[in-house]
Design a protein around this ligand. Structure first.
Ligand SMILES: Cc1ncc(COP(=O)(O)O)c(C=O)c1O
Length: 380
């Protein structure tokens, strides 16, 4: 049997990682500005994270959700406090898609409605409901098309108000659109949808799977707009590589026992991974670092030639290049040994660890500068 290739593969085999760096099987060292799809929040192989997981594994790795698990309580309490949502409930699951699937399901159960409003360029995952709320027909099978989802342009207040009727169970929106190319919802727009959802009896789901966990300098990106959603979904940076996800549920929502369930969600190892991540975010002031390192990167990117637009907040950054510079990402990887992400057609995405240092950011800017100046004459 051979493994199914989820994505096209780079010819690189990382075997070791530390902080913002990876090493391959030839001993080559790479700067990681992508964190394996925005997953590495506190840095690779953080000693505190390793110690907590190792210690827990020696005691007990797993038991089901049918017994007391004080680690879940500790995680919920710590996440509630650090995120500013101590009064919410936490449902734990295993991935981002699963978190969104459960949030959509809760909204439908609670409102007894089924229509969903999502946004153009949205990505919410690949399970049935999550992919139906994702604006990409290529990844949607016939089976997924039974859902009632309306896509509205991001930041278009009139289109949103036209779509919002008394059939709408939920509006689902990313704190900042990630896969779609780093598009930031306007503060006014977020405030409008939050107020109108309340008035309409629809629930607002904030997908913070990529934009949350301190990445934008606040715990959640939507907190820059001062709104409080009904449901917030998290995953990626939550476990720094340990697969886990969660739904934060507003206290006005009363999910009943049996509405949601999971075998692996909230297991002992996942909880200690989640606790270790929050310890490090707190103890090392990583949210403040995300603001400082992010502002530095954005400022330097804006000063570079050729780049047509820079978007984002904190360490969730996208910048656009003209068509003729589509090879920059590959050049960064091949010649400068720097991992970055992309969004089609011409956006480079930066989603590094929140512990990125100014020196590491500088290495990237100098490499990019060199790529752009080397490539410049070819485009003329
Ligand atoms: C905003 C957002 N939501 C949901 C998901 C799906 O997460 P997962 O791949 O863990 O299912 C992603 C993954 O890229 C994402 O960026």
């Amino acid at each position: 049997m051979k493994p199914f290739n989820v994505y096209p593969l780079f010819e690189i085999t990382p075997i070791k990682a530390k902080g913002s760096w990876l090493w391959d099987d030839h001993g080559d060292k790479y700067l990681d500005l992508y964190g394996g799809h925005a997953v590495i929040s506190i840095g690779h192989s953080h000693p505190h994270y390793i110690n907590r997981l190792e210690e827990q594994l020696r005691k007990m790795g797993f038991y089901s959700n049918s017994v007391q698990n004080p680690l879940q309580e500790q995680l919920a309490e710590k996440l509630g406090n650090i995120s500013g949502y101590p009064e919410y409930q936490l449902f734990l699951c295993n991935s981002g898609a699963e978190a969104n699937e459960n949030a959509l399901k809760i909204a439908s159960f609670i409102t007894d409605r089924k229509k969903i409003i999502a946004f153009q360029k949205a990505f919410h995952g690949r399970t049935s409901g999550a992919v139906a709320a994702t604006d990409n027909p290529k990844i949607m099978a016939e089976f997924n098309k039974g859902h009632e989802v309306v896509f509205v342009p991001l930041n278009d207040e009139f289109a949103f108000l036209r779509a919002l009727d008394n059939q709408v169970a939920a509006v689902i929106i990313e704190g900042i659109q990630g896969v779609g190319g780093i598009h930031v919802p306007n503060t006014d727009f977020l405030q409008l949808i939050s107020a109108r959802c309340k008035a309409n009896g629809s629930l607002l789901i904030l997908d913070e799977i990529q934009s949350g966990y301190g990445r934008t300098g606040k715990f959640f990106a939507h907190q820059h707009a001062g709104i409080k959603p009904d449901l917030v979904t998290v995953a990626k940076g939550m476990g720094n590589g340990f697969p886990m996800g969660g739904v934060l549920i507003h206290p006005d929502i009363k999910p009943w026992s049996g509405m949601l369930g999971t075998t692996f969600g909230g297991n002992h190892l996942a909880c200690v991974a989640g606790l270790a991540v929050l310890d490090v975010i707190e103890n090392e002031n990583l949210m403040a670092n995300a603001t400082v390192a992010g502002n530095y990167l954005i400022h330097e990117l804006e000063a570079l030639p050729i780049i047509t637009e820079v978007r984002g907040m904190g360490l969730m950054i996208g910048f656009d290049l003209p068509d003729e510079h589509h090879s920059v990402r590959q050049t960064l990887l091949n010649e400068h040994k720097i991992f970055t992400g992309e969004a089609k057609p011409n956006t480079i995405r930066l989603l590094p660890s929140l512990a990125l240092t100014k020196e590491e950011a500088r290495i990237f800017i100098e490499a990019l500068q060199s790529c752009l100046t080397t490539l410049e004459p070819e485009s003329k």
